[in-house]
Write a protein that binds this ligand. Sequence first.
Ligand SMILES: Nc1ncnc2c1ncn2[C@@H]1O[C@H](COP(=O)(O)OP(=O)(O)O)[C@@H](O)[C@H]1O
Ligand SMILES: [Mg+2]
Length: 318
Amino acid sequence: MRILVLHSHLGPNPRADDLDTLAMADAVSGALQQSGHTVRRAGFLPHELDGLLFQCDLVFNLVENVEGQDELCAIIPTMLEKYGVPFTGASAAAIQLTSDKPATKRILRAIGVSTPDWCEAPDWRGLDSSCRYIVKSATADASLGLDDGAVVSGAMVEARATDCKRRFGGRWFAEAFIDGREFNIGLLEDASGVRVLPLAEMRFVEWDERRPRIVGYGAKWNAEDPAFSATVRHFGCEDAEPELAAALHRIAHRCWEVFGLSGYGRVDLRLDENGQPYVLELNCNPCLSPEAGFAAAARRAGYEYGQLIDHIVRTALQ
Ligand SMILES: Nc1ncnc2c1ncn2[C@@H]1O[C@H](COP(=O)(O)OP(=O)(O)O)[C@@H](O)[C@H]1O
Ligand SMILES: [Mg+2]
């Protein structure tokens, strides 16, 4: 097939997470070529899409932001749906529903899936000055703006949100800090529906206890941050804790179904001190770098990287 690998178009000063998009596009393109496809790669610019789609049988959609805005990503599947060009991953509707974290949380609450309490500007209704919160972006991914200063007492929430808005733009909200275990749950569509991949727990190993336990920007993107090597993926929950695994599977399936995810996706979740799971966010089209969590979980399930990429293409054509 003739496949267009579409990734984010990088601006003049790309961040580490933006650069990772290019590495991911390289890896996906390489895998597709190995499988015999003819591959073109391009950064997404809305006015150039028409030309790029010429002689294209499928778009492998790796776009994570449009002009630096994560929440504009739904424009790609919207345009491809309109042109009738098959594409990988999530629909426009699913991207739209999940690209705003507070909006996602409102739906989770409505369907009875636990998500941490939260509050938002301008009135910060419900904010409890004696509780701990994490101040995070409503729409940006990749742990943007999440450093040690992101976890604050209720009294400091507004100041932190104002500071983040000044530095990064966009909307910022406060979510109750769940100081417990963290899981990334990969989901992969197949002919029979959707399959939950082996559950990956992010463990904080030899952690500097002065720092909040979060997988922040440094832990994800800066190899020189001690948190980078101190956040370690661990598999084996299904055998060691079958009841917990079954509960996480149920939550993941429910999210997939209600939000209308397709192709592949990931649910990020934490357990509180009583083991109660709380969904933090849903990821349509999660990172497909060979080193990232999704590919690692797929590998545990028996899909080598090339097989995973082929599988995602085949599913998109069903
Ligand atoms: N409510 C929370 N309680 C504790 N940790 C959190 C909470 N929300 C986010 N985190 C930490 O921040 C990381 C990134 O947050 P997340 O909501 O998954 O956003 P994204 O991955 O899109 O940047 C999580 O993996 C987790 O380590
Ligand atoms: Mg996340």
